[in-house]
Design a protein around this ligand. Structure first.
Ligand SMILES: C[S@@+](CC[C@H](N)C(=O)[O-])C[C@H]1O[C@@H](n2cnc3c(N)ncnc32)[C@H](O)[C@@H]1O
Length: 234
């Protein structure tokens, strides 16, 4: 059962009014505090807090490029891997949903195998299935550790978006990546305004960049702020 537009109208108005009221409260708070005083309240709502990138690792961003969207960034990753190895052996998407991005990745990387991981495949559309795709149903925390070590050329991470789960996905996927393999992260953000939901992706990915042997390959922009970032595992 789904509601009609007319039935949704009052709810949509209420959400928009709440956004406006919240903005007015924040403006009043800033005005009342006065000047440049730093006010301590949840500015990002990120459940991973604020993680700044280190600036003492020179090659970290060397050769990194900015792309107009995530699709162009993935295409770039495919080109880099194909240039380096000739052919791509195995890629993975963690968090698949309809499979629209899986089929796109399949066309761009032309891998031998593609591993798809999702807690449920009920939303997967048959037209996105390709021979060579292997579906693993279950939580990423349970499935990723069962994959072979040093087996993935590329991984697209887009499952849970809270700090703890994204950090766990990163730890689990790292040993599964081949040397010079690339991990692309969707929703490199601190907050999902649409669902008023804190995101920990940016904090978890920044922790990875700060603390492990990786270099940034590129950044895919998104008009709504749900950018992608890709890193190479050195
Ligand atoms: C945003 S959707 C993925 C969209 C897809 N990557 C794309 O670009 O079209 C997130 C998917 O991750 C799945 N998911 C969420 N948390 C998960 C987890 N902990 N383990 C496995 N799958 C998860 C959800 O079922 C959902 O299908």
């Amino acid at each position: 059962m789904s509601a009609t537009d007319a039935e949704l109208e009052p709810l949509i108005r209420e959400v928009n009014d709440s956004h406006r009221a919240l903005r007015q409260k924040i403006e009043a708070l800033v005005r009342t505090a006065g000047g440049n005083r730093r006010i301590v309240y949840k500015t990002t709502l990120s459940d991973g807090g604020e993680v700044k990138l280190r600036d003492d690792v020179t090659p970290l961003f060397e050769g990194a490029r900015v792309f107009q969207d995530r699709w162009k960034l993935s295409e770039h990753c495919a080109q880099l891997l194909k240039q380096a190895t000739g052919a791509v052996d195995c890629i993975a998407e963690i968090g698949v949903e309809t499979g629209i991005y899986s089929s796109f990745l399949w066309e761009k990387f032309i891998p031998e195998r593609m591993i798809l991981v999702d807690v449920k495949f009920s939303n997967f559309r048959a037209e996105n299935q390709r021979t060579g795709m292997e579906k693993y149903e279950g939580y990423s925390s349970a499935v990723i550790p069962t994959l072979d070590d040093n087996s993935l050329d590329f991984a697209y991470i887009d499952a849970a978006h809270d700090f703890a789960n994204v950090s766990a996905d990163i730890e689990a996927i790292l040993p599964k990546m081949k040397r010079n393999g690339i991990i692309q992260f969707n929703d490199y953000a601190t907050f999902n305004l649409r669902f008023a939901l804190p995101y920990g992706v940016k904090a978890a990915v920044n922790n990875l960049i700060n603390s492990r042997r990786v270099s940034v390959v590129g950044h895919g922009l998104c008009p709504l702020g749900f950018d992608d970032v890709a890193v190479r595992v050195l």
